[in-house]
Each structure stands twice: as C-alpha cells, then as structure tokens.
Design a protein around this ligand. Structure first.
Ligand SMILES: CC(C)(COP(=O)(O)OP(=O)(O)OC[C@H]1O[C@@H](n2cnc3c(N)ncnc32)[C@H](O)[C@@H]1OP(=O)(O)O)[C@@H](O)C(=O)NCCC(=O)NCCS
Length: 291
C-alpha cells in the first residue's frame, strides 16, 4: 500500500461518516453531522458533514446545545488535513482540541506475529458461550487502561502509601455490562464490522484488549489497552499487529489508528504504522480530561 496515496484522506472521511450509522441516528446541524446513539452502544461525536464546508463557531454552539439535550458528550472529531480551518474555529468557539497522531499501516513494515511472554492472543468469537464474559473483561481492562495513561508511573509513593497499579482484582471488580450492550457487540462481531482480540494468561486472565472496526476495506484499530499491572511486556504491540494482520487477511487494504500522544504513536510505529496526519478531538475547554 502506498502511504502517499491521495485517496487515503477521502476514504477516511467516508469511513468516519459510515461507522456510527450502524448504531446511531445522523442529524445535520449546520456544517456538522451529529451521531446520536441508539440503544446501548457508546456515544458518538459530531464531525464535519461529508463534502461540506468548514463549520462555523455558531455551528459548534448549536451542536453542543443538541448534545446536551441528547445527554451525549460534547465531543467533536475531524481530520486536520481534510478540514484544516476547523482547528481555529473550534478553539475560538471554546473547545480544547487534542491533536492525536493519525497513523496508517505500512503493510511491508508490519512486524511478524510473535509469541507474547506468559500469555496467548485470542480473537473473540461471537458464537462462543464465553463471548459475554470476554466483552465484560475487555471493557473492564479498557476502562482501567485508559484511566491510567502510559506515561503514569507504574508505582508511585506518597509518604508510606504505595499505590499498586490496577490489575486483575480491579478488573474483576468492574460491574459487568448489560445484556443489550453484549447483544450489540455480538451483532457487530458476527457481521464482521468489528473484530476484537485479547491477551490472556492462565494466571491473570485477560490483561489486554483491542478491536478493529471495519467498513468498505478500511479498518480502524481502536480501544487498545493493557492493564497497568501487565505493561511493557509487548502485549499491546503484538495485539495491534495481530489485529492489523487479521484485517488484511479479511481483505481490508487501509488499516489506520489515532494514537493518544507521541509516546503511544512511537509504540505503533514499531509495529509498522506510519504517521500520516493529525486527528483532532475537540471538547469543552472546561473538560479536565482533555484540558
Ligand atoms: C499504550 C498501552 C496500550 C501500551 O501497552 P503495553 O502492553 O505496555 O505496550 P507494549 O508492552 O507493547 O509496549 C510499551 C513499551 O514497552 C516496551 N516493551 C515491549 N516489550 C517489552 C519487554 N518485554 N520489556 C520491556 N519493555 C518492553 C515497548 O518497546 C514499548 O516501548 P516504547 O514506549 O519505548 O515504545 C498502555 O500503556 C495503555 O493501556 N495505555 C492507556 C490506553 C491507551 O493510551 N491506549 C492507546 C490508545 S491510542
């Protein structure tokens, strides 16, 4: 795959526009389209309308009002290279914008599948009895993983208090998801629109997770997380490599992801991804998470 291919950004736009439509209703608001979740799926974002003009600050304000009304997070996503003027508009309208490295797989550079120390990588099977338990453990790992960024020290001390990194016990204490969410996940996996994998060990159970969402030959790697107690063993790298290879085997020819920061981007670069651009994630300036 040629990374320079001029059709990559338009394909990404079509992908971002298509993915939420499976589980959300699309509402046009100015030059944005807002995806409002239906049922138990995760809440979606607003993004520039496919083929539209640069949204205005008034469009941002109107979308936020509708998001509050729909009890959806006030979140916006777009690709900087495709809608470059939106960055200044979004900031002027009171959004903080996270600039996330956008990386595309260089197929020739994809690392080989290697055994992971002390564990195995397993793809989730929507027909299996354990699918619901796998979804529950994966969501718990994701929640704990994203709650502890890679740059957080594994162990910190404050006086005599020692904070242990979250591990299997904390994972197992996370409440299990509802039946509707599991059913939604099962449907997505059975249709092939989503593929998920986990890193699992006999002693610790599921310690890392990740997925790809797929539409029309484009696959996005999402939700890669490792339990804080199981980091720096190569789990996320190998999991990502396995997911990418599986997507290629299933016929996808554009595999991409956005990394939370440059440290995470470096990890993906070692797997075979190359920086192509910047994904922008906007949310209200008062938000502590992205501020
Ligand atoms: C980012 C994250 C998924 C990485 O998980 P991980 O399983 O620790 O990742 P890996 O072990 O594959 O790689 C992490 C580092 O450990 C190194 N490493 C890999 N195997 C190793 C080993 N056996 N011994 C020591 N270091 C090792 C890797 O080279 C990498 O180094 P780098 O940061 O200098 O590139 C994890 O920190 C996490 O869950 N973060 C929060 C969620 C998140 O940001 N997810 C990414 C979404 S974009």
């Amino acid at each position: 795959m040629a990374l320079e291919g001029t059709d990559i950004f338009p394909r990404l736009e079509r992908f971002y526009d298509a993915v939420p439509r499976d589980a959300a209703v699309a509402e046009d608001i100015g030059e944005f389209v807002l995806f409002v979740r239906q049922g138990a799926g995760w809440p979606y974002y607003a993004r520039p309308k496919l083929g539209g003009q640069t949204p205005s600050a008034a469009d941002v304000t109107a979308v936020r009002a509708r998001q509050r009304e729909a009890e959806a997070p006030e979140e916006f996503e777009w690709v900087h290279e495709t809608t470059p003027d939106l960055l200044a508009v979004a900031r002027s309208a009171g959004l903080d914008v996270l600039l996330a490295p956008l990386l595309v797989l260089d197929r020739a550079a994809l690392v080989p599948d290697l055994p992971v120390p002390g564990a195995t990588i397993r793809f989730l099977d929507p027909a299996a009895d354990r699918f619901a338990a796998d979804v529950a453990a994966s969501r718990a790992v994701g929640r704990l993983g994203f709650g502890a960024p890679a740059t957080t020290p594994a162990t910190s001390t404050a006086g005599t208090l020692i904070l242990e990194p979250a591990g299997p016990a904390q994972r197992d204490a996370v409440p299990t998801p509802g039946e509707q969410l599991v059913a939604d996940q099962r449907r997505r996996h059975a249709s092939g629109r989503m593929i998920s994998a986990v890193v699992e060990s006999a002693a610790e159970g599921i310690v890392a997770c990740g997925s790809v969402q797929r539409v029309d030959g484009v696959a996005e790697v999402v939700g890669v997380a490792t339990l804080p107690s199981a980091r720096r063993r190569g789990y996320a790298s190998q999991l990502t490599a396995n997911l990418a290879r599986r997507s290629l085997q299933e016929g996808d020819d554009l595999v991409f992801l956005s990394a939370g920061d440059d440290d995470v981007a470096r990890l993906y670069s070692k797997v075979g991804f190359r920086r192509l651009g910047t994904a922008c994630i906007g949310s209200p300036a008062s938000s502590a998470a992205l501020g």
